[in-house]
Every structure is written in C-alpha cells, then in structure tokens.
Design a protein around this ligand. Structure first.
Ligand code: ADP
Ligand code: MG
Length: 251
C-alpha cells in the first residue's frame, strides 16, 4: 500500500452557533491511497459535520484539511475537483432525466466526451441503470436515486470518494455491488472515505477505521489493531465500538 495521504485532517474543530460544545473537536486523521477508511460513530458524533467540512459545505473554525494535497480553504476548486461526494440524503434534480443529470455533472467536472462515454457505460451497467437513464428522476425508486447519485459522484474518477452513510436504503444486491465498486475504486490507487454506524459492514470492508464520539476521534487503526488493544482476542468491532463510545459518554 502506498503511503501517500490523499486526505489529511489536522486539528479540525467546528462549533455550531449556539452549540454548547464542539460538534467536531481537534480531529486529525489521514487516509492513504488505496485505502477504504470507515468513519464510525453513534448518531450525533460529528461524522456528517466532518464530511461537510471536507467537501466544502461547512467551514472549519480551526485546523487544516488537505485533499490530494489541496487545502480546502485556500484552494477549494482544486480540492473539489479531486472529490466525489454522496451526501446522506442526496438531492437530485427531479425533473431531469437520469442521463441529463449525469451529463450536467460531467460538464461541471469537465469530463471529456470519450471518458464520459466509457465511464457511463461501465457505471450504468454496474448499477443496472441502463434502461432507466432516459426517464425522469422523479419516477425513480429510492434505491435507483441512490445509484444515480453514486454514478454521478464517480463519473470524474475522483481521487477521494466520500460517502455519508451510504448503505442506508440500499437493497442487499445493490449494497453488494456498491461494496465491490468501493474496492475496485481503491485498487486504482484512489481512496474511499465513508461514514457508517453499520459496524459489520465496516469490519468486513475497511482497511482502517476511525471511531468518533462526541466530536473526538477516540480510536483509529485497522480492526486488527483496535482488537489487539482490547482484552479478548475474539472481540468484534461492535464490542470495541460499544466499550469505547460508552467510556466516552461517561466523561
Ligand atoms: N446545523 C446544525 N446546527 C447546530 N447543531 C448541529 C447542526 N448539525 C449538527 N449539529 C449537532 O452537531 C453534532 C454532530 O452532528 P452530526 O455531525 O450530524 O453527527 P453524525 O453525522 O455523527 O450523526 C450533534 O450534536 C448535532 O446535534
Ligand atoms: Mg450524519
């Protein structure tokens, strides 16, 4: 595995206006090329806030975020060009057809005609959307909308693929496809960073995980490394997660 950090957060903090405590508190982490990184934590831990700062939807109060070496505060367009992002609840343009939407996204990211044709064929086949792309998005099921959002986010072949709670609402078949897709994206030397509270998925899929609780990163490493720090060898990630986040609650 390469040691190049495609995503780096250094001392990132964010307190919402009127917030009693920081939603994200002095968070530092690195995701390397070729790596699937799972960002775990209970509801309200600060996962979405962190992701929104990385993709440029929120400004960090403190700290630095680098995407493929580009500082998101100082060089936002270069950073965004290297990001593919699927939010937890993707808003698509309901009155466009699927293919109109995808062409719009490809235009915004400057994807060439040849590249577009090639990637569209590959992604639409993978997500079984070929027959639906001519229909307006309003007519799509929830799962189809998610797959369209994934397709759009992958069209420009981003170095850093960021997903907020991606498994929610995907049926088992789509979620399997999606997992294969994350792996093949990383095998090209890119990076996938996704948040989830579905531990079993993270355990099976991620090269490394970070656990966030009350805005703080309380553990980070391979599942194996986290497990080594615990008492019993047979502990699942779930056991570790529950112990760590409960300990965090008490402080
Ligand atoms: N727009 C907002 N304004 C004020 N507080 C917010 C806002 N969004 C999230 N929060 C608070 O910030 C904390 C972290 O939320 P979030 O990042 O959404 O967590 P997660 O995605 O891990 O569930 C929570 O306490 C949440 O209530
Ligand atoms: Mg969230």
């Amino acid at each position: 595995m390469s040691e190049v950090a495609l995503l780096r957060l250094e001392g990132v903090s964010k307190t919402y206006r009127g917030g009693a405590r920081p939603a994200v508190d002095n968070l530092s982490l690195e995701v390397r090329a070729g790596e699937i990184f799972g960002f775990l934590g209970p509801n309200g831990a600060g996962k979405t806030t962190t992701i929104k700062m990385v993709v440029g939807l929120l400004k960090a109060d403190r700290g630095t975020i680098l995407v493929n070496g580009h500082d998101v505060a100082r060089d936002p367009v270069a950073a965004k060009a290297d990001i593919g992002y699927v939010p937890d609840n993707p808003d698509l343009y309901d009155r466009l057809t699927g293919i109109e939407y995808l062409n719009l996204v490809a235009d915004i990211f400057g994807v060439s005609r040849d590249e577009r044709r090639r990637r569209l064929a590959e992604l639409l086949e993978m997500f079984e959307l070929e027959s639906a792309v001519g229909d307006i998005i309003q007519s799509y099921s929830h799962g189809m909308k998610q797959k369209l959002a994934l397709t759009g986010a992958l069209l420009h072949n981003p170095r850093v693929f960021i997903l907020d709670e991606p498994m929610v609402g995907l049926d088992p078949r789509a979620s399997r496809l999606f997992k294969d897709m994350m792996r093949s994206h990383c095998d090209k030397g890119h990076t996938v960073f996704f948040s989830t509270h579905i531990l079993e998925v993270a355990e099976r899929l991620c090269d490394r995980v970070g656990i966030i609780n009350r805005g703080r990163l309380i553990a980070c490493g391979t599942v194996e490394e986290l497990r080594e720090r615990r008492k019993q060898a047979d502990e699942t990630l779930e056991d570790i997660f529950l112990e760590l986040t409960e300990a965090g609650e008490a402080t």
